[in-house]
Write a protein that binds this ligand. Sequence first.
Ligand code: GSH
Length: 219
Amino acid sequence: MLKLGGFAVSNYYNKVKVALLEKGIAFEEAFCMTSQDEAFLKRSPMGKVPYLEIDGQFLCESQVICEYLEDRYPEKPLYPKHALERARVRELIGIMELYMDMVARRVYAQAFFGGTVSDEIKKQVEQDLAKGVRAFKQLAKFSPFVAGANLSYADCAAGVHLPLVSLSTKIVYGRDALEDCAPVKPYLKMLNERPAFKKMNDERKAASEAMAAARAKKG
Ligand SMILES: N[C@@H](CCC(=O)N[C@@H](CS)C(=O)NCC(=O)O)C(=O)O
């Protein structure tokens, strides 16, 4: 049985989790937080989540894990058939992760964890994120899925990254960086009507509430 390591509040963990659910692959969840401890680095060399345990071996990086899932479980594909269309799915994922989530992530400490971020970083993030959002708007199809007619790994990524980019920028800048991209809201609503996305999101919300309660208890 595959074991997915990480926690249900992590967007990268949830990207893989929703792909597993959509593909109907049996898996167990192995709760763990990120860590730089020697023992954890044996599972995930960068100390990040998620990782996937496969017969006692460990694989890290969410996109690499998705590629493995597609190769190993080709039934119910989450990539289109043709090479260029497959590349388009990866292109969208790259834009969302490298130029949107990874950029907005620099203000997540302030948005979600009670930290503060310097004005300089906020300004830089705002500028860089505008380029990522522009590229996303240029490439996203919403017809009805983000890369075209069929559900793909780009939707697994969009369904977990876009809400975080929206929420974090709304909190930090008072303006949702995706507010000019009108199809995003109905698209996310449509995704969340799918049982796999609903399950992932229900479990994310429960885990997030539990984490907030534990933090409040700690003081
Ligand atoms: N490129 C990685 C990103 C994973 C990632 O950054 N995960 C976050 C949790 S959402 C994490 O582990 N952060 C801890 C750290 O960066 O040390 C992937 O796609 O798996």
